[in-house]
Design a protein around this ligand. Sequence first.
Ligand SMILES: [Zn+2]
Length: 142
Amino acid sequence: MTIYLSATLRQLVSQRASGACEYCRIHQTFSIFSHEIDHVIAIKHGGESTDDNLVLACLPCNRHKGSDLTSIDPLTGAITPLFNPRTQIWAEHFQLEGGSIVGITATGRTTIFLLQMNETSRLQLRQALAVQGLYPDLPLNI
Ligand SMILES: [Zn+2]
């Protein structure tokens, strides 16, 4: 299903995220594919195409997330809500160790698991960028 989002809304979401995926924090500059606008709560679950339900997501995060709202915490096996960048704070659920993303809550662990945020090629890219000071944030002068 194609969902129409106005250019203004797309621009707002992208600028609000400073061009970085709101899940794994990779910047658009370093992604082969364009970042996408993700509905945190998918339309099929009653989510709306409004700015408070939209986030900027890289293609791998968005594809793995799909329309899911929960997954299984790999530590406890419990059904757990995914991280919501609109209502939750990244640093309260994740920590960075070099380029590796570590879940510090059930939601963090579950989101990393479902979105495969530490898949080998993604992890290697982030590690290489982190060494150069290009991950998680870009220098202001780039
Ligand atoms: Zn991502």
